[in-house]
Design a protein around this ligand. Structure first.
Ligand code: MN
Length: 135
């Protein structure tokens, strides 16, 4: 059985810990990178199934990381989910323009985060069968 791998590129230790914890708990393997260059190198070496990319990174920001990943044949098709602190439409567009597949806003919502990740991995949403009755 193939255990799917998520590469988390995040410079903030607390955010990295939280994302890793939640992803592992949902049955995924996690690889961590704390800056953009490491993230690119690790992505090309390990070919993860999905990349979770913080946009606010030192030295090389997430937009640049996404652009560089999209120029590399080996990793071109891997979905990249941007994590942005801003709820501003411009940042979402910028992330998509840079080659990201989608985005998640900070602070990460633990309730929807795992569903979002599994959806981007192409899994059926188990929770869709739970009817949300108005109370
Ligand atoms: Mn950051």
């Amino acid at each position: 059985m193939h255990i799917e791998t998520v590469l988390v590129i995040e410079d903030n230790e607390q955010n990295l810990y939280l994302a890793t914890y939640m992803l592992q708990k949902s049955g995924l393997r996690v690889i961590e990178a704390r800056n953009g260059q490491d993230g690119i190198d690790i992505a090309c070496r390990d070919l993860p199934d999905l990349i979770l990319l913080d946009i606010q990174l030192p030295v090389m920001d997430g937009y640049e990381v996404a652009r560089r990943l999209r120029r590399k044949e080996a990793v071109r098709e891997i979905p990249i989910i941007a994590v942005t602190s801003y709820a501003m439409a411009g940042d979402r567009e910028k992330a998509l323009e840079a080659g990201c597949t989608g985005y998640i806003e900070k602070p990460i919502n633990p309730v929807s985060f795992i569903d979002d990740i599994h959806r981007y991995l192409g899994h059926a949403q188990e929770t869709a069968s739970i009817d949300k009755e108005p109370k």
